[in-house]
Ligand binder design. Sequence first.
Ligand code: ZN
Length: 79
Amino acid sequence: MSAMTNMRCEEVVEHLLTFLDGEVEEERRSLMERHLEECRSCCSRADFELALRHKIREVAAKRPSSGLSRRIREIIDRF
Ligand SMILES: [Zn+2]
C-alpha cells in the first residue's frame, strides 16, 4: 500500500525534469508533489533545478535582445 502512495527518491529524480516542465501525468504529479513536501533531499534538488532553469532562461532571454534593451535603457535614462 505504501509503495503505491509513496514514491522512491530515484523515481522522483528520474521524472523531475518532466515534472518541472509540467509534462508529467496528473497522477504522478500529485505523488511527486507529496514526496517533495516530505523529502528534503528531493526538494532541494527540485529547487536547484528550478533556479538553474530560471538562470538559463534569464541568460537566453537577455542575449538576443541585449543591444535593444541597452538602447531602451539609454533612452529611458535621458528622461
Ligand atoms: Zn526524495
